[in-house]
Design a protein around this ligand. Structure first.
Ligand SMILES: Cc1cc2nc3c(=O)[nH]c(=O)nc-3n(C[C@H](O)[C@H](O)[C@H](O)COP(=O)(O)OP(=O)(O)OC[C@H]3O[C@@H](n4cnc5c(N)ncnc54)[C@H](O)[C@@H]3O)c2cc1C
Length: 390
């Protein structure tokens, strides 16, 4: 086994870290306080190739591997998790499904502007009555001549207020109630009405909005992949997307740990640095160990995806574990900082608020456990093939 990053991966990690430290960290507290979506930042990240890191070069991307993309998300989220989710949804939930399932025309027209950051992508699956049970979605696409008429409402759509491209899921077969009657569509900004911007606990520099599709007509070439294959697109997208959210969680945890460690080495009580108290040392030791474990699970899942190996279970394990670590480490960081940790003078309260959602979106922790249980029980039944691929 080789745990070292290669030169390209290290270079991309350094680039992301430099831009995060210079252009995100100094503003993150203000963006959080003002609930400001830093629209200018995404043009800059686009110039640097960070809006399409793992998109093939011939489609306008940087042509790096999936682990490089995970490293970018980790660094951006370490600076500002709102920026992390914006880039994560744009890349793995909106751009990569077009790379994987798009027709030649769809890939050629849409992927280059997405990969260059000229167009921001969104992924619209969730509805008011359909969250974890995504197969129960009610948005309909009804045949109209050569095209489709789409009606419905989507809820909590990341990037919706700024996106120019929506990967949107609708029921094309009204005779089926479950996942089998769902198809995926590629919609433009003008097809979609943004009806409400959500107020959230954290991730205040990201946009989360509800959208309405009021009988919009789209031609047949707006369908992504094939009719009634929307769930294939959605599930493959979420398999990769979860690895990105795990990376976001690792980034948040790392930021919280870094702040706690630095503070413990500075703060003095009872005539000593608090880092000299064993209780604080043990807390830092637990934090550091959990972050290492979360990072290794995340990198393993990314490596498996890049290698074309099954990664559904591994991605779910990474997200389940890393999101818990993010919440635990951010909470413990507040404890290490004491009263200062509870104030806005330090960023750890923001990390705590931002961390929580990693246990919820792209599948809640309960859903990750279901995915993992299904994987390990099937694996057990089939005994060797999947295990043998590890
Ligand atoms: C900030 C934010 C951004 C988001 N961005 C997007 C986006 O860009 N695109 C998009 O499509 N969606 C997005 N979502 C939606 C997100 O994916 C859903 O919130 C998530 O999938 C959970 O669905 P739900 O909130 O409806 O919860 P529910 O499904 O109603 O679940 C409620 C509770 O019940 C539990 N539960 C549900 N089913 C089971 C079960 N079978 N067994 C055990 N427990 C169960 C859940 O784990 C949870 O604890 C976003 C959400 C947030 C908060």
């Amino acid at each position: 086994m080789d745990f070292a990053l290669n030169d390209e991966q290290r270079g991309i990690q350094e680039l992301a870290r430099e831009v995060a430290e210079a252009e995100i960290v100094p503003h993150a507290a203000a963006w959080d306080r003002e609930h400001r979506f830093p629209v200018e930042l995404y043009a800059r990240l686009g110039e640097l190739g960070l809006m399409g890191v793992c998109v093939p070069e011939e489609l306008g991307g940087a042509g790096a591997d999936f682990l490089s993309y995970v490293l970018v998300l980790e660094e951006l989220s370490r600076a500002d998790a709102g920026v992390g989710v914006t880039v994560a949804v744009h890349t793995s939930a909106a751009t990569l499904p077009i790379v994987a399932f798009g027709s030649g025309e769809q890939r050629g027209r849409l992927v280059p502007p997405l990969a260059r950051g000229e167009l921001l992508g969104a992924f619209a699956l969730t509805e008011p009555e359909s969250g974890s049970d995504a197969g129960s979605l009610r948005t309909t696409a009804t045949r109209d001549g050569d095209g489709w008429v789409i009606d419905g409402t989507k809820q909590w759509i990341t990037n919706a207020s700024h996106a120019g491209l929506f990967v949107l899921f609708a029921r094309t077969d009204p005779t089926t109630t479950g996942a089998r009657g769902v198809s995926a569509f590629l919609l433009d900004r003008e097809h979609v009405e943004v009806v409400r911007e959500e107020e959230k606990l954290g991730l205040n520099s990201s946009s989360t909005a509800d959208i309405r599709l009021g009988g919009v007509y789209v031609p047949a070439d707006r369908m992504l992949h094939a009719e009634r294959k929307g769930f294939t697109v959605a599930m493959a997208t979420l398999d990769g997307g979860r690895i990105g959210i795990a990376a976001q969680a690792v980034g948040i945890a790392q930021a919280a740990y870094d702040t706690a460690r630095a503070y413990a080495l500075e703060r003095r009580q009872f005539g000593s640095r608090i880092a000299d108290f064993q209780a604080i040392q043990f807390t830092l030791a637990e934090m550091s160990t959990s972050i290492d474990a979360a990072r290794l699970l995340t990198y393993r899942a990314a490596w498996r995806k890049q290698a074309g190996l099954p990664h559904t279970t591994e991605g779910a394990k990474a997200k389940l574990f890393a999101s818990r670590v993010a919440v635990d480490v951010a909470r413990d960081a507040i404890q290490v900082l004491g009263g200062y940790g509870y104030t806005k003078e330090f960023p750890v309260e923001r990390y705590y608020r931002d961390a929580k959602v990693t246990e919820i979106y792209e599948g809640t922790s309960e859903i990750q456990r279901i995915v993992i249980a299904r994987g390990i029980l099937q694996q057990h039944e089939r005994t060797l093939p999947v295990v043998g691929a590890v």
